[in-house]
Design a protein around this ligand. Structure first.
Ligand code: ZN
Ligand code: ZN
Ligand code: ZN
Length: 431
């Protein structure tokens, strides 16, 4: 563990992490490999189950036909972790357990393979909260279904793990408590462009508490988690990250945090209800249809039904017209969905028009440096570059770089890609 962080008890919050030295924005605070991680079902066919890179064509495990890899090297390296999992997967085919169940099983395999674990971790799985006592009946029911699934899934392998299994701490042997720990402590593993790839458990970093305006961000390189400071941090300051999408109304963020993580957020942003007025700007009657359509848009996106998605968005936006300001959160989400669809349909001019509309709004919402804003600038810059608006593209890439060098760091592959794009623009402008 880097000497810049230590475990402490945060007043009113329980366990936390704090800085043992001053930390500057952009500094790498900590980097960690997961105890266990697995690719999400929705990415199971498009991302390597070992290194988490996305590819069009992947090799398939000939036994379970579920795991997929970039090449033989990834497959070989994955085998020690996949061996037990492969048997379990085959035993319940054609069913495939949910992400959290597959992750919990991988955690058990990892613990059984090395029962003493990593002694550098600041927080053991045994200490992780499961929040079983504070769950609603409905949540408990959901969790116990996951726990039964886990038992069924592991049935084949438990006998061969017997000795290692019985030496695990009691709270990790109990499927219900293990599923509780996994669901409230796992992180979404995303690629540099912040698209979800999988889920993982990073024990020391489960100590990080939430703040809606955090001083650190988590960015992944493969499955390695990199925690970077985005604000000036003083010795003794608590380190925080945001567990959720910070672009929601205060009451919606608080509801989500209570339901999913079992606490009431009292951060500065929540107390001041910062940006709430902006979020719902315009008459409710005019923006309500946009808000109500969001779940349908998500559905179309999940089905990759891009043509219908763009048609629905165009209609919604033309009906809302100028009555709803662009700053309205629900309008912003519709414009973003339209941008995604246009990119997929290769409607570049229209995609750029949508992308450009979002930029001033992103700048008002995200206190920079924010990874979401940096990635959006990069997307728009790529569209400008493709459409040969070279000097605009160069300008947008420069703005993106100012953000990504802090949030992703100088060595992240996305920052390198961005540097190359800037170089291309510079050459093209000189010609
Ligand atoms: Zn790979
Ligand atoms: Zn397999
Ligand atoms: Zn908050």
């Amino acid at each position: 563990m880097a000497p810049k962080v230590e475990r402490f008890v945060s007043p009113g919050k329980g366990n936390g992490l704090r800085a043992t030295a001053g930390i500057r924005p952009g500094e790498l605070v900590h980097s960690a490999d997961p105890l266990a991680a697995c690719v999400s079902l929705k990415r199971a066919r498009s991302a390597c189950h070992h290194c988490f890179s996305r590819h069009e064509a992947l090799l398939r495990c000939s036994q379970c036909k579920m795991a997929r890899y970039c090449n033989i090297t990834c497959q070989k390296q994955a085998w020690p972790v996949h061996k037990s999992e492969c048997k379990c997967l085959r035993s319940i085919l054609p069913r495939i357990p949910t992400d959290s169940v597959r992750l919990a099983a991988r955690i058990i395999f990892a613990l059984c393979a090395s029962p003493k674990g990593n002694s550098e971790e600041l927080y053991t799985l045994e200490e992780h909260e499961s929040h079983l006592s504070s769950l609603s009946e409905q949540k408990k029911e959901g969790l116990s279904q996951l726990a039964s699934m886990l038992q069924l899934y592991l049935q084949q392998e438990i006998p061969s793990l017997e000795q290692a299994w019985s030496s695990l701490p009691p709270s990790c042997q109990d499927p219900l408590s293990l599923m509780g720990k996994v669901t409230c402590n796992c992180f979404t593993v995303s690629d540099g462009e912040l698209q979800e790839i999988g889920v993982g458990l990073y024990p020391s970093l489960s100590l990080l508490n939430h703040d809606c305006g955090p001083n650190c961000v988590m960015v992944f390189e493969g499955t390695k988690l990199q925690l970077r400071a985005v604000k000036e941090i003083k010795l003794g300051d608590e380190l925080t990250v945001s567990y959720i999408d910070s672009l929601e109304l205060t009451e919606d963020r608080q509801k989500q945090l209570e339901e999913q993580y079992h606490f009431t957020c009292t951060c500065q942003r929540c107390n001041s209800r910062d940006k709430d007025v902006l979020t719902v700007s315009g008459e409710e009657a005019t923006w309500r249809p946009l808000k109500d359509a969001l779940s349908r848009l998500d559905g179309l996106k999940a089905e990759s039904n891009w043509q219908e998605l763009v048609d629905v968005c165009r209609n919604l936006l033309s009906e809302a017209g100028d009555n709803v300001p662009d700053e309205n959160l629900y309008k912003l989400k519709v414009i973003d969905a339209a941008l995604d669809a246009c990119i997929q349909l290769e409607l570049w001019e229209e995609a750029l028009a949508f992308g450009l509309r979002t930029l001033p709004v992103y700048s008002t919402y995200f206190a920079d440096p924010h990874p979401v804003h940096g990635v959006q600038l990069m997307r728009v810059g790529k569209l400008q570059h493709y459409l040969e608006h070279i000097s605009d593209a160069f300008d947008t890439f420069k703005q993106a770089f100012e953000i990504l060098k802090v949030t992703h760091g100088d060595t992240h592959h996305l920052t390198s890609e961005l540097r190359m794009k800037m170089e291309e623009c510079r050459c093209e402008l000189n010609q």
